[in-house]
Structure formats: C-alpha cells, structure tokens
Design a protein around this ligand. Structure first.
Ligand code: RIB
Ligand code: CA
Length: 325
C-alpha cells in the first residue's frame, strides 16, 4: 500500500494507547506526522502526559501538542471506570524526556496543514471527542483542502455505550461532532457497530501479560484493566475501539462499509449524543452521501493483526535496547 501520512488526535486512554502501539508497529505504512490530545477519557493534562510517555516508550519521535481542555459547550465527562484515574489503568511508564509543543494543538494543526505543499493531503485519525477537529475546521476552514479524510472512532448506527443510544466520544461533545459531520470533509465513521466485534478476549489478554514482550505486556495490562474494571468483564472480552480506524487504513478488507449522511442529537435529553445515520440514498444526491460507516468486521482477523503488531513492535524495542547496550 502507498505510505499514508496521518495525524492522530486522541485521549489516551487504554485503547488509545494500544492504538498508538499499533501505529508505531506500522511505521512503514503509516507515517505519523503528529499526535494531538483532547479532553476525553481523562483531563487534557493527563492524556497529554500519557501521550508523551507512550510515544517515547514506543519509539515514536513525533511532536505531541495539547488541545482543548473542555468540550465545546459542555462539562467534561471522564471515564475512570474504563481507563483509571491516570488514564492508563494501573500501568506506569517511564517519564518522557520531552515536553509537549508550546503551541495549542489547534494552532499547531493549522500551521502543519497550511504548511503542506499545494495539493498535498493527509488523513486525520481521531480516537477521542472531536473537539480539536471541530475547532480547527471552524477557525481555519482553509485547512480542509489539505485533509484527505477524517477517520474517526465514534458513534454507532445502532446502540451506545455511555447510554443505550450514544457512544462516549460523540456523547461528550455532540456539538463538535455536528461541526465535523457538516464540514464537507470526507468521513469514515468507525462506530460501535464494528468496535464491539473488534476485541481482545480474556485468554488473549492473559497471554499478552505473560509474554515477556514489553509492548505486549503493557497493552495486555491496559486491556486487562479495562476488562476487569468496566462492564466489559461481563462480556469476557474488551473492545479495542481506537485501533479500528488504523486497522481500516491498513486492512480495509477486514471491514464492510456503507455510505451515509451523518448527524447527531445535540439535545440534553435521553438521546443526547445519538448519531443519526441516513442510508436513504434514493432521497439524496450522490455527493451528499459524504460519509462512510463501517458496518461489519472480521473480528478474528482484527485480533490476529493487532496481536502480531504488538509483538513485532515489542521485539523491535527489545532489539534496539540490546544494540544500545
Ligand atoms: O467509546 C469508546 C471511545 O471512547 C474510545 O475512543 C475510548 O478511548 C473512549 O475515548
Ligand atoms: Ca479514545
């Protein structure tokens, strides 16, 4: 596949952390230009610290820029029951040797994108609330010509996790999601319709934890924390939601997609944050159907690709350490 240049906007977060490992494992196919962080699973301070520590641990020498510290208009909704008070469960990483960029993530993204040569486009992968991306598109709409597509983890054509009908990333900032959905930028929604099938099972997590491979151990601990401390424990498996956008870019054949038009419920009622997917192609002009939604996934292939990637990155890190000795 052609090398895909991506920006990762995230809120690490246990599954964001595993997604970062998966991105680092695929440096040859995915060129990570920058990591930006957003208030979501935990405060933007905590998720930024996590992003810096994870990037260093995985050997990712890319800028990390801190973004929005609250949703557009609403109060933050953190998820300590899934990600712990630190955002990374009970895992402790060596402190990164570097700091985040001085510039706010939204200003950093504008400068990065507008600095691209004419005609150059990059992919934005978003695995947290869409607050940064919405602010970027509102303040600097001229960046749209440099965005190939936004592939985001969020929403669902059917179902929810925070409520029966709303998924966390959209629920926490529905206004931001609406700005992105109406931006005209090509969208790929990786929602609960597929992420509930993209999991690691308890036995797989135990094997990762016992592997002696540094990345497999960390990601096993992270997934294990979410499995044992959230309602996932009743499922016996935990969704690794945030890997899905990256897996889609590398292995689209694992997924089934459908075109749609996206909207979101911005009310304060029981349906707050519900994503509304209009599949009625016969009611719309073709160009209006500007979003793709992943509707099915081969869960076994997902597990195989993810686990392989984690072990490969861990071996690379171990070999580098031994060479350095
Ligand atoms: O609903 C799952 C999503 O919300 C994931 O991105 C997880 O990290 C949380 O941000
Ligand atoms: Ca996330």
């Amino acid at each position: 596949m052609e090398k895909r240049e991506i920006i990762l906007d995230c809120d690490p977060g246990t599954d964001d952390a595993i997604a970062l490992a998966y991105a680092a494992a695929h440096k040859d196919e995915l060129e990570l230009l920058a990591i930006t962080t957003v208030c979501g699973n935990q405060s933007v301070e905590k998720v930024t610290r996590n992003a810096l520590n994870l990037a260093e641990f995985y050997g990712l020498d890319v800028p990390v820029a801190k973004g929005m510290d609250t949703p557009f208009t609403r109060e933050p909704v953190y998820a300590p029951e899934v990600h712990g008070e630190t955002g990374l469960g009970q895992s402790v990483l060596p402190a990164a040797s570097r700091q985040a960029e001085q510039e706010h993530a939204v200003l950093f993204l504008n400068r990065l994108l507008t600095g691209l040569p004419e005609g150059k486009k990059v992919t934005i992968v978003a695995t947290g609330p869409l607050t940064n991306i919405a602010m970027l598109l509102k303040l600097f709409p001229q960046v749209k010509k440099h965005i190939r597509e936004i592939v985001f983890m969020g929403g669902a054509a059917m179902g929810g996790n925070v409520t029966p009908s709303a998924e966390f990333n959209i629920y926490t900032d529905p206004e931001a999601a609406r700005v992105v959905f109406r931006s005209g930028v090509p969208l790929v929604m990786c929602g609960l319709d597929v992420t509930l099938k993209c999991t690691l099972k308890r036995q797989q997590i135990i094997k990762l934890c016992q592997s002696g491979n540094p990345v497999a151990n960390l990601c096993g601990d992270l997934a294990g924390y979410s499995l044992e401390n959230s309602s996932s424990k009743y499922r016996g498996e935990v969704s690794i939601h945030d890997v899905v956008p990256l897996m889609y870019l590398l292995h689209p054949d694992i997924f089934k997609v459908q075109c749609t038009i996206l909207d979101v419920d911005c009310s304060d009622g029981p349906s707050r944050g519900t994503t509304l997917c209009d599949f009625r192609w016969w009611e719309h002009e073709e160009e209006e159907m500007d979003a793709w939604i992943l509707m099915d996934a081969d869960g076994a292939r997902f597990q195989e690709e993810l686990i392989t990637g984690l072990y490969e990155l861990g071996e690379r890190i171990k070999n580098k350490k031994e060479e350095g000795m």
